[in-house]
Design a binder for this molecule. Sequence first.
Ligand code: HEM
Ligand SMILES: *[C@@H]1O[C@H](CO)[C@@H](O)[C@H](O)[C@H]1NC(C)=O
Ligand SMILES: *[C@@H]1O[C@H](CO)[C@@H](O)[C@H](O)[C@H]1NC(C)=O
Ligand SMILES: *[C@@H]1O[C@H](CO)[C@@H](O)[C@H](O)[C@H]1NC(C)=O
Length: 287
Amino acid sequence: MSLDRRGETQYLYTYKRIWTPIFACASVAVAQTASAYCDSTSGICYQGYSDPVMNMTIGLVFPPLSTPPSDEYMVQMVAPASFGWSGLSVGGTMADSLLFTLWPYNDQIMLGTRWTSGYVLPDPYAGPKITLLPDSTVNSTHIKASFRCQNCTVWQDGSIGGGDLNSFQLIAYVASYTTKVADPSNIDSSMQEHDAFNFFGLDLTTVHDSSYNSYIGSSASSSTVAPSSTTPASSSAPPATSTSAAPSAAQSAYGQCGGTGWTGPTACASGFTCTELNDYYSQCTPS
Ligand code: HEM
Ligand SMILES: *[C@@H]1O[C@H](CO)[C@@H](O)[C@H](O)[C@H]1NC(C)=O
Ligand SMILES: *[C@@H]1O[C@H](CO)[C@@H](O)[C@H](O)[C@H]1NC(C)=O
Ligand SMILES: *[C@@H]1O[C@H](CO)[C@@H](O)[C@H](O)[C@H]1NC(C)=O
């Protein structure tokens, strides 16, 4: 009995010793670092990490370095569809960072931006301009959100790489394995604390991709179809382009809600307003 207890204490002690430096300082070596992978559907290549315990994959890709620096990048988040929600911190901490929340709602992708100054429910955060890329999907096993994020390198009390896009950034991600958000139909829903979090290190010198502009090109040319309705096999997806799919169904966050030839939903999910970007494309943006 006492042996077991000692074993347990030893484990906790080791756990603390391993992880404490990571909380204390983002520049120390982390347990895992990003490596290159390419999405076979989009052809976009990311620097990222697949967590074998949390079953999440996170990837990022940036435009080439420039003066002045670009304010955008692309992100991919993949998580089991069974998760209540998953989250990402591109600042590596919960506090004072640009946070992304993600969960499926009736095969729709609910992707939001949040911010908080402490370990409390993060507030919705306006400013970042998100465009879901066409390979984003919800299927029976996974939710995958691939998105372009503009105005996303600098946020309240923080920035990528501490303002140096050729330095280092700790990336953190979280998951609520089974507990759903309070109202999955609302991108601004409250939620309970995550069940798990982890980190990987991102060497920003490796993340600038000369193909970045072609990634934008391919997403722009196909964004005249609803970015979140790219699963034609999934007839239950509310943002389907067919008018037979309940026209009253609200379009999900950042999905298309209008434009020349658009026959899909024109109402947006709670917390979002249909904003005209041009004659051909209106998008559900945060209200
Ligand atoms: C009501 C909602 C939430 C509560 C109460 C909460 C609370 C907490 C607490 C207490 C910790 C520290 C845990 C520890 O050190 O063992 C933590 C860590 C963390 N949380 Fe949250 N959290 C919430 C939502 C979120 C969301 C939505 C995100 C991101 C989208 C997030 C990202 C993180 C990250 C990245 C960490 C680890 C890094 C750090 O400690 O700064 N949290 N959270
Ligand atoms: C991750 O996937 C493995 C293999 O399918 C599974 O056994 C495990 O429960 C999953 N973990 C989580 C947190 O979903
Ligand atoms: C960029 O985001 C910030 C918040 O991080 C916001 O205050 C600002 O208005 C945004 N700029 C534009 C042009 O949307
Ligand atoms: C579901 O989506 C995931 C992530 O994109 C993908 O790896 C998997 O092959 C898909 N499964 C099916 C049955 O389409």
